[in-house]
Design a protein around this ligand. Sequence first.
Ligand code: F6P
Length: 342
Amino acid sequence: MRVGVLTGGGDCPGLNAVIRAIVRKGVKEYDFEFVGFLDGWRGPLENMTTELGIAQVRGILPRGGTILKSSRTNPFKIDGGVEKIKDNLAANGVDALIAIGGEDTLGVATKLADLGVNVVGVPKTIDNDLSGTDFTFGFDTAVNIAMEAIDRLHTTAESHHRVLVVEVMGRHAGWIALHAGIAGGANVVLIPEQPFDIDKVCGYVEKRFQSHYSPIIVVSEGATPVEGGDMTLVSGEKDAFGHVRLGGIGDRLAKEIEDRTGKEARAVVLGHVQRGGTPTAFDRWLATRFGLQAVTAVHDQDYGKMVALRGTDIVRVPLAEGTAELKLVQPEAYAEAEVFFG
Ligand code: F6P
């Protein structure tokens, strides 16, 4: 059997661990052959392939990024895209495809599965916002990077009696902000699911200064104020999946806090640092198990499925179910963190 593998969407620590596990088990246990498709869905669309065997996956377990590269190409936005994919899979003798990606990449996989392509999905995103799985790999690494930044910012904020606002990733879901904020002892955490009241935020800042300790505010890039207004945009241009580029809420907040409280406030944008470099042990473990189970699903010809973490088990769920809705931070989980605010 010949199996294609691709990685799509924003990269994420652990992608290489998945690829390695797929190839190692596929070759050793099932005698599969593999072909790598480059740049996400652009690979099968434009027939961009690369050799993928034991030699290619040697030494990649601790490496961030993806040896298969990535893109946000959406074949459903391209004339004849689906036919081109089917033709190129056939031309490469590919019997089944493993697509590793988030909501968008797996959304395409779901539609292709409905159109008869033999596809198995592996969920990935640092945002941890896929409903079908308890956790996605990459999230733990991103949270640890953000936590370490918060730890470091505490000491410099204290030395200068400053407010430091840390902007983290999270377009629609505040998981990174919430987990890193709790782990790093942030004084306020602002997430997209809970529009924030700037007066209240300034109240927390004042209160924190009264205890002679400088506040750290963690804010998701997609957080918005209650008084309305759009998410802060870097660019209004949409990508192939209809997403705009967010950014700037940290600066906007810092300015507002400085104007209202008279305390110096600065913003730190962590950006792609959260997605780069080596994955944590948890992410390597989860990514490896996802890879092992994905290739087994192909062996079982159990197509149209996505592997998912439920508790400590890896299960298979229908692709459509796994990506049906975003997993958002529930009000109770946010309320739990509120005891530390101010
Ligand atoms: O989906 C993962 C993610 O890192 C989001 O948190 C972020 O909004 C987005 O990707 C950024 O994407 P890009 O690197 O394409 O600008």
